[in-house]
Design a protein around this ligand. Structure first.
Ligand code: GCW
Length: 648
């Protein structure tokens, strides 16, 4: 699309296909999408869509069965992609785009590809009407909404279509188009404003993407004029059944509802003395006749706690609320769980809930928007963190990626910004998310290389590839180093969550503390002497986390309160670790900024300028983090830096 960054689909990525002869077999809207793609590539590069003597065959075999798998191989000078579903053909086409010239070399046995997770979804926290505090996109760092402007759905949906194309090219197949905090205008998307959602769904459909909607649990009251939203009341159930039927009349392939209930002020079943299974199942029943799914979020905790009350631990909340309900949720109800027990901090353990709900379909929620990881002003490629989460065997023998039977979801980092994500390098997070949702066990570094090759047209060892890799590869650990140490969270400025404030939430009702005093720091979540959170894990995790002797360094202060001179496994004391990592983190940002500077002339000038500008802010902010955190702990502990560096 003109005037918008091409991200991982620059024209050049279509040269290998566009210079060749392609035979396309099959009919239907998604096959038309593929045909349109090939035709356009050929118009640009001189190839042709042909009936015989092809270099490439893209074939839908028989009736479209809705499947997403495809088979790709090459023999006798011809590359062949076959699929039994049109979506599979679309993914097979983008697979060939990703392979580039390599798709047309040598011979390869047919290989079968299929997504490991059926649902690969982005949740947009987009508001229709600009919210007085949260703006157009809650926690959005890439401008306004792609979908909504001036209080309604955009008239021109070209960009939404282009977005769908980028998403399909990395394997994403579902999008929720509005914020889980559903305000008054947004609530009506479910009813009289469903036509606007249908328009957006129409723009995403050609790329195999289904549309979902966040709804308010109070809809029967606020929209339907009923006196109650009690999930067991007949009139409420009937109201939802009717509402769902009307949604499907407007959007026949509608995906379903996303619900944030009894959380941070959103209404929910607790008001009626009902359980979250009652609430979710009522919506599931309304959606079931139409094949829809309800995504019920497990982000339920007390955000009005008293900091003096040391018995309440926010980390425990999701598990305490939901584990007793295991087995009670309907088949088309998916419990959507944040990957960590808190809230998308730079370092958290894996949520124990994920391993403790064998009788429930779970979706795992990640956050691509960098709320707590630099807000797309800092480079922070989250691939390694997500991969660690997905590979973690939180229940015996089962990695998180396999336990997420209901899918993988990320909070989107995209807006109407020219570069989609504000920071152009944050596109890597979106791409990596899609590829990991397709294959949770994939090596994230391979995905990064793929993203670099596609986006910058640079193979390993050529042009800017090595520089880009070195900037992105360790950027999450760098961010961790100059911000919150050893698993402590929330040392951010309250409200907007950007920049350091060590005590920002320490005495607030949100329930997240570090408990630093002159002797030590950290939250005791052991069973023996703390909140008991460590006991929510199965073996071996419960034992590992229970004792400071076995707890991994990077999570030590999440699980334990220790003295500043506590010796880490790394051989450093806690206080020296804090000082060292903060100095190192800033030095790493300085080095990355240098590398970026050296890429001038090797990457598109507009991208270069945007990233260069963001690096200035990242460095300023990293120094602020370093100096505030180091000074804070120096003043608390009185322990000087072994190396005598400047602390204020
Ligand atoms: O991370 C927190 C955010 C809120 C968000 C909430 C949630 C949409 O600060 O802005 O609300 O999580 O996940 O519901």
């Amino acid at each position: 699309m003109q005037g918008v960054d091409p991200a991982w689909l620059p024209d050049g990525a279509f040269r290998p296909i566009g210079t060749r002869r392609t035979l396309i077999r099959g009919t239907g809207p998604l096959v038309d999408t593929v045909r349109g793609e090939v035709t356009e590539a050929c118009a640009r590069f001189g190839g042709a869509v042909v009936q015989d003597d092809p270099d490439l065959v893209l074939e839908l075999t028989g009736e479209d069965d809705g499947g997403e798998a495809f088979t790709c191989g090459r023999r006798d000078g011809c590359t062949t992609v076959t699929a039994t579903g049109a979506r599979g053909l679309l993914y097979g086409f983008f697979h060939v785009v990703r392979l580039g010239e390599a798709a047309f070399l040598g011979e390869t046995e047919p290989q079968h590809h299929r997504p490991e997770l059926a649902l690969r979804m982005l949740d947009h926290w987009d508001n229709v009407a600009v919210h007085p505090v949260m703006g157009q996109v809650e926690r959005g760092y890439a401008g306004g909404s792609l979908f909504w402007a001036d209080g309604r759905a955009r008239g021109d949906l070209e960009r939404v279509r282009a977005y769908g194309r980028l998403l399909a090219a990395c394997g994403i197949n579902a999008v929720a188009v509005n914020n889980v905090n559903v305000h008054a205008a947004e609530a009506r998307l479910l009813t009289d404003r469903i036509g606007e959602v249908a328009d957006i769904a129409g723009a995403l459909r050609p790329y195999g993407i289904r549309t979902h909607l966040s709804v308010t649990f109070a809809a029967p009251v606020v929209l339907g004029g009923l006196e109650t939203a009690d999930p067991l009341a007949t009139e409420v159930r009937e109201w939802w059944a009717g509402a769902a039927a009307r949604v499907y009349a407007a959007i026949p392939d509608f995906g379903g509802f996303v619900v944030k209930a009894d959380s941070e002020g959103q209404p929910g079943p607790f008001a009626y003395g009902r359980s979250h299974a009652d609430g979710a199942n009522m919506l599931a029943a309304a959606l079931a006749p139409h094949g829809g799914t309800v995504h019920w979020r497990a982000f339920v905790y007390d955000h009005r706690q008293d900091w003096r009350d040391r018995s309440t631990d926010r980390a425990r909340a999701a598990y305490d609320h939901f584990v007793p309900l295991d087995g009670e949720f309907a088949d088309n109800a998916v419990l959507q769980v944040k990957h960590g027990p808190m809230d998308f901090q730079v370092r958290e353990p894996v949520s124990p809930l994920i391993g403790a709900m064998p009788g429930t379909r779970l979706a795992v929620e990640l956050q691509a928007t960098q709320e707590y990881t630099g807000q797309q002003r800092h480079v922070c490629w989250l691939g390694p963190m997500w991969s660690e989460v997905l590979r973690c065997e939180i229940a015996e023998g089962s990695p998180v990626g396999a336990l997420a039977r209901g899918g993988l979801v990320a909070v989107s980092n995209v807006g109407d910004d020219l570069f989609w994500t504000g920071h152009p390098l944050a596109q890597a997070n979106l791409y990596t998310f899609g590829r990991l949702a397709w294959e949770p066990g994939a090596d994230p570094h391979r995905i990064l290389d793929e993203w670099i090759r596609l986006s910058f047209g640079a193979g390993p060892g050529s042009g800017p590839a090595a520089g880009l890799r070195s900037i992105l590869d360790g950027s999450w650990r760098t961010y961790e180093k100059y911000t919150a140490p050893l698993g402590v969270g929330f040392m951010v400025q309250p409200g907007h969550h950007y920049g350091p404030s060590v005590d920002g939430y320490e005495y607030s009702p949100w329930g997240t503390y570090h408990f630093a005093d002159r002797d030590g720091v950290g939250v005791d979540r052991s069973v023996a002497s703390g909140t008991g959170y460590a006991g929510q894990y199965a073996k071996p995790w419960a034992e590992l986390y229970e004792s400071p002797e076995t707890c991994p360094d990077e999570l030590l202060l999440f699980f334990h309160h220790v003295s500043y001179d506590h010796m880490l496994k790394s051989g450093k004391t806690v206080i020296q670790h804090i000082y060292d990592t903060h100095f190192e983190g800033v030095a790493e940002v300085e080095a990355a900024r240098e590398v970026w500077g050296s890429l001038v002339g090797l990457v598109d000038p507009a991208r270069h300028a945007r990233v260069a500008e963001r690096f200035e802010e990242q460095l300023r902010s990293a120094r602020e983090w370093r100096d505030q955190v180091n000074s804070y702990f120096f003043r608390k502990s009185g322990v000087p830096d072994e190396r005598g560096r400047r602390i204020y």
